[in-house]
Design a protein around this ligand. Structure first.
Ligand SMILES: NC(=O)C1=CN([C@@H]2O[C@H](COP(=O)(O)OP(=O)(O)OC[C@H]3O[C@@H](n4cnc5c(N)ncnc54)[C@H](OP(=O)(O)O)[C@@H]3O)[C@@H](O)[C@H]2O)C=CC1
Ligand SMILES: O=C1OC[C@@H](O)[C@H](O)[C@H]1O
Length: 365
């Protein structure tokens, strides 16, 4: 039996998302297309790195560094995974690119589209791979999009509601929390609204991500102590008239199981899961005919499609990145550079309307 190709990861930060990502990376998956090796872990504090390695990759012995730069410069690292707060992504990526490293960077890729363009220009000049981790873009999404856009199982889709609402007690958090500190990129749109927006794009725009259409985007945002804590967006696609209602908040948890609902001329689809970042199934319901004034309307029998997650689902972006890098590709087909810019441009426009600015980043917005 031939040995699987392997990819060696350098993990930047010992924070929460890095721990989730690494736990998935080291899962024992006989069917995985590649062997993922946690080659090194870098953080600001060596003790945290030691604890991280012991807890999340107990069966391997990554090299531990008390700076991110040492990960970028480790000659045995093939891909750097970046899990810092949003405001640092641009500089972290520029540093990794300067060292010639391929990158998988957490969402939101950068604070604004201009920063993303600078990163992609640098990546192009150094001929390295860069991919924004966009967790919902997993096998469930590929099937959902086929059913909506190719098989037309709900007829002509005409609107999507998508919400990501989490309860964060911002007042009780320390001022250094990434949910509270503007200089770290705090705000719901970049953190969780990006998922709601992604669900709307995926379900309304058949051309996405290869040739996404720019929607009209109207937005309002509300703030608490200078931090944006609720965003509501209306989207309209000029070529089809399709509409999206896209919301996010840190003021309360949202629906316990419904991530988004897509209405079509011939039916409805509900995407289900505990969070917009964690879809697990969807159900296709036929259109219920009947008198508009007749209540209650019955739902009709739905057909459910299950997509049990492997780990927390980060294996998909890890595998895709590894396969892309091994094949010498510089962009991901699932999340091409143009799509990262497209999503950020919509968010830039909403933040301008909603008066959310990040000093040190948004001066040219
Ligand atoms: N894909 C997904 O499902 C999720 C993605 N995310 C994304 O991951 C990124 C990080 O989020 P999360 O892991 O929750 O954040 P955490 O606060 O848990 O971790 C961020 C890490 O960044 C490092 N860091 C460097 N400078 C600072 C600083 N000034 N203040 C705080 N931390 C700093 C720290 O690591 P160290 O001390 O080791 O240097 C810290 O642990 C964000 O982009 C977020 O949007 C978050 C949750 C889920
Ligand atoms: O990406 C995310 O998903 C889960 C949320 O709790 C978190 O704030 C966000 O960064």
């Amino acid at each position: 039996m031939s040995e699987k190709p392997s990819v060696r990861w350098g993990i930047v930060t010992t924070g929460m998302i890095s721990s989730w990502f690494v736990e998935d990376l080291v899962l024992d998956r006989p069917d995985a297309p590649v062997r993922h090796i946690v080659q090194s872990v870098g953080g600001r504090d060596m003790q945290k790195c030691e604890e991280f390695a012991k807890k999340y990759c107990p069966n391997s012995t990554p090299k531990l560094y008390d700076s991110y730069e040492q990960v970028y410069n480790d000659p045995n690292v093939d891909v750097v995974y970046i899990g810092t707060p949003h405001a640092f992504h641009k500089q972290n990526m520029l540093d990794a690119i300067a060292a010639g490293k391929n990158i998988l960077c957490e969402k939101a890729f950068t604070i604004n589209a201009q920063e993303a363009k600078e990163v992609f220009e640098a990546a192009k000049a150094k001929n390295v791979y860069v991919h924004e981790a966009s967790p919902p873009r997993r096998p469930l999404v590929h099937k959902l999009r086929k059913l909506i856009h190719e098989d037309k199982v709900i007829g002509e889709p005409f609107r999507t509601f998508a919400d990501f609402a989490i309860n964060v007690d911002i007042e009780s958090l320390p001022p250094t929390s990434r949910y509270k500190d503007l200089s770290l990129g705090a705000g719901t749109l970049l953190d969780v609204g990006i998922y709601s927006l992604t669900w709307a794009i995926l379900t309304l725009d058949a051309g996405s991500p290869a040739s996404s259409e720019k929607p009209l985007a109207l937005g309002v945002q509300s703030h608490q102590d200078g931090i944006e804590t609720s965003t509501s967006i209306l989207l309209q696609y000029p070529s089809t008239g399709r509409q999206g209602i896209v919301t996010s908040t840190t003021r309360s948890n949202g629906h316990p199981n419904i991530i988004c609902t897509i209405w079509g001329s011939n039916g409805i689809i509900e995407v289900e899961g505990p969070a917009a970042s964690f879809p697990l199934s969807f159900t296709v319901y036929p259109k219920v005919e009947g008198d508009a004034n007749e209540r209650p309307l019955s739902r009709g029998e739905g057909q459910k499609y299950h997509f049990p997650s492997t780990g927390r689902g980060f294996v998909y972006e890890a595998d895709n990145t590894a396969l892309d890098v091994l094949a010498g590709r510089k962009e991901s087909a699932i999340m091409p550079w143009s799509e990262t810019i497209h999503v950020l441009e919509i968010m830039d426009s909403i933040r301008k309307q909603g008066d959310t600015f990040y000093p040190g980043h948004d001066e040219t917005l």
